[in-house]
Design a protein around this ligand. Sequence first.
Ligand SMILES: [Zn+2]
Length: 163
Amino acid sequence: MDFQKKGYWWECTECGFSKKDPTIVKVIQQLRFESWNQELLNQSCPQNNCHGILKIAFYRDLKEKDTALVQHIVGISFDDKIREPTDSPFGKLQTVIDFLPMMWEWNLKDSGEESSYFDLKHMSLHNPNVQTLTNIVSLSEKELSRLISIYREKTGKSFLNNI
Ligand SMILES: [Zn+2]
């Protein structure tokens, strides 16, 4: 399907049902306003007799067409005021409010692999759009450790506790 060539869509973990979701930015904004409620990332599959869950999906590799399913997204809300404008490696133009650092956990569908992968992403809040999600994001140690503690709090997982 065309919508799967790029971007994000919803896909069932069990039956493969998929539907277009042009609103990943909206999902992120909703997550932020609902304090990173992870339930927003799980939708019931509408197919009859399917007990699967719809997850946000994307291609990890456009050539290989290997589907990644998003398990968790957490971020630092601007209320945290963790970054002062002067701390920004991009200078004073980038304000605290405009910068939303996130950590995404995903795994590969149908790979038989148990392991998860983690992407650090960011989105502009002043001009939210899907493009910045693929940009490299630079985080301070303080920001990274804040993200990890929010991840632990929201998922209940003991992430990186053993190192
Ligand atoms: Zn299904």
